[in-house]
Every structure is written in structure tokens, then in C-alpha cells.
Design a protein around this ligand. Sequence first.
Ligand code: ZN
Ligand code: ZN
Ligand code: FE
Length: 757
Amino acid sequence: MATAYIHNIIALTVHIKGLVQGVGFRPFVYRLAQEHRLSGWVVNGTEGVTVKVEGMAGNMPQFIEDLRFKAPVVSQIDEITVDQDLPEGLNGFYILASQDLTDETSEISPDIAICPDCLADMKSQAHRLDYPFINCTNCGPRFSIIKDFPYDRSKTTMASFMMCPVCREEYSDVSNRRFHAQPVACNQCGPVYTLHAQTGIIRNFQEILAEAAIMISNGNIVALKGTGGFHLMCNALDENAVERLRQRKKREGKPFAVMFRDMESIREYAETNDTEAASLTSWRRPVVILKSKKAMPDGITLGLDTIGAFLPYMAFHYLLFEKLAIPAIVLTSGNISDEPVITGNNEALKVFSSFAVAVIDYNRDIFNRTDDSVVRIIGGRERLVRRARGYAPSPVRLGFDVDGILATGAELSNTFCIGKSNRAYLSQHIGDLKNHETYVFFEESQSRFRRMFRIEPSLVAADLHPDYLSSRFARNTGIEIVFVQHHHAHLASCMAENGLDEPVIGIAFDGSGYGTDGHIWGSEFMTCDFRQFERHFHFSYMAMPGGDKAAEEPWRMGLSLLYQAFGRELTGLDLPLIKALNKSLVTRIIDSIEKKINCPLSSGAGRLFDAVAAITGICINSLFHAEAPMRLESLIEKGIDDFYPFTVSDSLDFSPAVKEICREVINGESPGVISARFHNTIAEASMQAVELIRNKTGITVVVLSGGTFQNKYLLELLESKLVKNNFVVHTHSKVPCNDGGIALGQLAVAATNRLTD
Ligand code: ZN
Ligand code: ZN
Ligand code: FE
């Protein structure tokens, strides 16, 4: 703006799109306008927020800059457009009543961890001293309590609580931090906790805290209602308590998440870099997978070299730690086995009171169930392993129209996705649909998403696998379906979140997905765009003796690969795997492979990792999904650069590597060195395959997807190799690389198909 006009009065209309509703955006604009001495108004509109400002031309640039850079932490501005207007001589600044949000809904905020201001208020405001449901426009529950849109208290599970006069005044005062904070509450008028124990019921909050702290310190298990579901907690340093909890949850495997008092305590037990610290302290408060430093009970980490750590995010957590002397508690989702986390008070009492000495609930309903999110920092970026609290239901914005499409996702680690305009709303983590309760959760959530986002699907996208429950669900809708091959969907998901719309080379590594040749795929080197894919290479097919059982019992894949490399001679090998197995069982398995009885073929990278974990004796029997690859990764020795032999022709064949691994195991080489060399081999072979595809097609952009890339060592190594060889590499960070991200890819493929039809 030229200085000659600096004293001129001008008017601007500013449209802001993105996550700008339900996150304190209008009060922020109000305060900003005051600060810059501008008149005008702000209003929530159909697609974001509109601001009209009038004032000195010279004040405008800073106002626009502050809008962008000082916005509330949770808001997310995707687009600001500024138009010059004619001044109307406006006086004062006002927040206008919302325009009716008809069909074009705006966004629903994820749940937000308690903010520092509220933590301070909790110790100073007379009506909120130690009040555990304190919140403001910058923090508190959102998605978990929202029943419908637009976001308004009457459409949340706060509807039954009448605001007291004090809260009402704060809620109505535009200069207050709690202006239009829908869940605003205090000691006088808000939800309260209740502790249920064998010995009786406690309603006094200070007594609840004191009692819970004593119970935990004494080695007991306590159930606590959280933001999006119940948790089970115990002293993380008490081996017996941890062991008991493990037995009660009927889940022998899978590490427990640990909540630490503060960053200082985390640093005592785990290594953290700046990026990891940023994730840990962010308002999303995910569980962050860190490298262990000081030992925790084996019952927590199960001997892996990592620990899932997170920080308090509810007022209750902070207040509990005030009473506890210990630095850490196990805080694991409150479910039994693979069922969804429990959200209802009655069910929690019924299920948990047989082993938890107390169940602590509160009298506000959880409407949308959300687990804790899990992330891992790989290559300096946050990667989602499980996307739920703090992340869902924020959309992924795409460069094309996906309106009216429902993508039903995969079967294990299911999430689904619905399209509205150019936004893809990926559901929170749902889980394994084979579990009946989880399937009910899937059905219920997708009908809720349809209602909340006002979508009546006209097209459905589903996995090519005919037996996936998500595919069956799609067929039962009676709506037109686009079937998408599993690994094409993985790669499309990575393309979509990275805004790519061009042919790419894709590597998809996972456990299994339905292939177009009737075999099970899972190590796919493709060229693809959203419309189609071409498969160039894959790992040599491996027999899966016992079918699905081979995906759960690594020793079966171990035998299969040994047979591939040595034939029947394998029985004479001096390997821990052979010694661990009954001779007649081994013979039976070999017979079944030779006669091709119940031995489907798989190119799943996960199966190769299973086999190597079994052959090295690192993991012969597995107790939870992907345990063998996790143990293999966990043992990797640093500083090993060499790799095993392999061949690349029509497929990538690792029989030469398997032979070499056997020789080394027999010679007593350390498992950590073997594991490092094995990972290096996969990276090197992948690099060579991609190089061949580039030579053939001229494509230099590579996308990496599939659950195997949760492996930090492999992803970092392969990515750096590719970059060194002048490839442009794209990976996941906003959605999981595992099957939890599949639905986004299905959506993108279906949308593009619709366009070209
Ligand atoms: Zn707050
Ligand atoms: Zn109140
Ligand atoms: Fe997959």
C-alpha cells in the first residue's frame, strides 16, 4: 500500500476457509479488530468465516498478517481471500449471529487437550477450583460430544446441563475466553465424576482423587472414563499390577501406552528429539512411540525397544498426578480383547468391576467413540499409526471433487471415508470388523458421518476383496460400487494426501491384500495414477501353509521359505526354528506345500518378515498382529551397511538371502546384525526394482505406502536411498500408511473413475 494513502479509510471483506468454527475464531477476530482499531463485523458462514473491516489503510496489512499467524492453535486456515470494498462508515466491531448453515456444513473440530490458560484458571477461578471439566474456546471436548451440526451446545451431550448465571455471562461476553465455548461449565453447573467401588460410592471430587491415587499406588487397577472412551490404569512401575492388567484385558501381546507426569519424566525413560517433543506436547496429545532409555516393566514393552508415551490431556489426569508420587501410569484403552473401547457408564461398571477396584465415570455421555491416537516420528515427520482423538474428523483437502462418495475401507484397522465437495472426511479408527461389536461401531459411525456432514452417498468405493465385511457392507447398500485393488488404494491414499495427480511409481508393502490374479499381494511395485495401475514387480510368491493361520504363526512362513531355499533338506538344518518344532509337524507342513494343500500364494512383504523372524529364532510364535516384524525391527544393530544376495527378474527373489541368513544363524551371528542386513536387503532390492521401472517409464516420482512402512528403519533407509538416486519421494503423514488410510485412496480412485466415465 502506498504511503500517500496511509491515512485513508478503506474497507476489506475477508473470507477465511478451513477449520475456523468451534475453535474460538470469531472472538479472536473481534480482539484483533479492537487491537488494530478497525470497525466492522465477523460472521460464521456456510464455508468458513467472513470478516468485514473498515479503518485506516495502514492498519490493514498487519491485521491480515495477524489473522493468519496469530489464529487459535487449533484452527486451521486453508484459504484467505481479501477483497477491497467501499467504506460504509461502520462504527464499532460486532460478532453477528450465524447465518443458517444449510447443506454446506463447515467443519467439526477434533477433541482438544486442556489448554495452559484453563490449567491456570483451575487454580485461580473461584467457581472452577480443581474443576475437572473446565474448558474454553481453545480447548475441551468437541467431536466426542457432538451429535449434529452446526456445532452448538444443544446439539452436544452437554445439552442436559443448564449453564449457571456466571457461566452464562462468560459465554455471552465477547471479550471473554469462554465466549461461545459450547461445553462451558463450572463447579456449580457442569458434569461431575463418581467413583464406584466395592466399598461404596464416592461423589466428593477431592475424595475421588485421593482414593484413586491410593488405589493406584497400592498396585490396583482403576477404570477411568476419558474423552472418547474408558481407560484402564495402574502404576506403570509395578510389575505385578501391569501383569494383572495384561491378563484381565485378555491380550497377551501388544505393548501398553504409558502416561507420564511431564516431559521431564518422559526424558528419563525414553529418548526424545524436538519433533517428538512437539508431538507429545501438541494440543492433539497423541501417544508417541519413542525409543526406550530406562527400563519399564516387561509387561508394558514386551521386550521391544520402544515405548508408547503420552502426556496428560484431561484436567483429571493433571489433578491425579498431583496426588501421585509415581511418574507414570499405564493408561490403556478400556476394552476387552479386540472389542471397541467402552463408552457407556453401565457397561463399564458391568465389565470392569470384576477386576478394577474402582470405576470412575462422569455424567456426560460420550457420543462419538475415539481411541487415543498413536504416532511415530520417522524421517523427522509425524506419522500416524492410529488416527483418532485429536485428529478425526478433520478432513483431507483434495484438488478434485469427491462429493457424495462413501469409501468403506479395509477390514483390519478399518476406517471409512466420506466425500463432501473437495474434502475427504476420514473416520476415527474403527478397528477389526471381524469383531461383531466393532462392526456395529462401523455401521453406527458411518450413518452418523452421513448425517453430520449431510451426505447421501451416490457412489460407494470398496476393496476388491469379496469377503471383507466392508466390501459386503458396500454391496448391501445397493448403490453403484467401484472396487479398488487394495495396494492401488494404499498408493492412491498417499498420492491424495500429498496432492499428487500424475503417474507415479508406487511401492506398497504390507501383510496382505486381494490381488487381481487370485493370489494374495503385498509387495507391489506399480506405476499408477488414480485411474489405473500396472504391476511391474513383486516379491516371489511364497506358499502360506495353513492359509490364514500362516499370517498369525510366523513359524509356518519360516518353514515355507526354508523349503523354497533348501527343499526337503531343510529338516537337517541346525536352526532354532527346526529344533523348536515337532518333527512330524514339519513333515506335515512340507507335504502340504508339495501337494499344494491349503497353501495359497502370497507376495506379502509382511510374510517375508515373518519368515525371517522365525528362521532367526527372533519370533517363532506371535501373539499379536505384526509382532514378528516389530521384533525384527526392534533388534536392528546400528552401523551395518551390507546386505544379502537376491535376484531381480520377473520378481524379486530372496531365496539367496534366506540361504545366507541360515548360514549366519548356524554360525552364531548376532540376530541384530542379521536383522540389519535383512532390512538393508529389502531396501536395496526395492531401489533396484524402482530403477528398472524408471528406465522403462521415465517416471521419477515415488510414493511409499502400506503398513510395512511403519517400520522406521526401512522407511528412513529406503527414502534416503531413493532421494540420493534423484527420485522425488512422497510418504504418508496425515493419514496412516497402514489399512487405516486405505479408505482415502478408495475415495480418490472412485472420484476419478466417476469423472472419466
Ligand atoms: Zn482452555
Ligand atoms: Zn457454571
Ligand atoms: Fe494393507
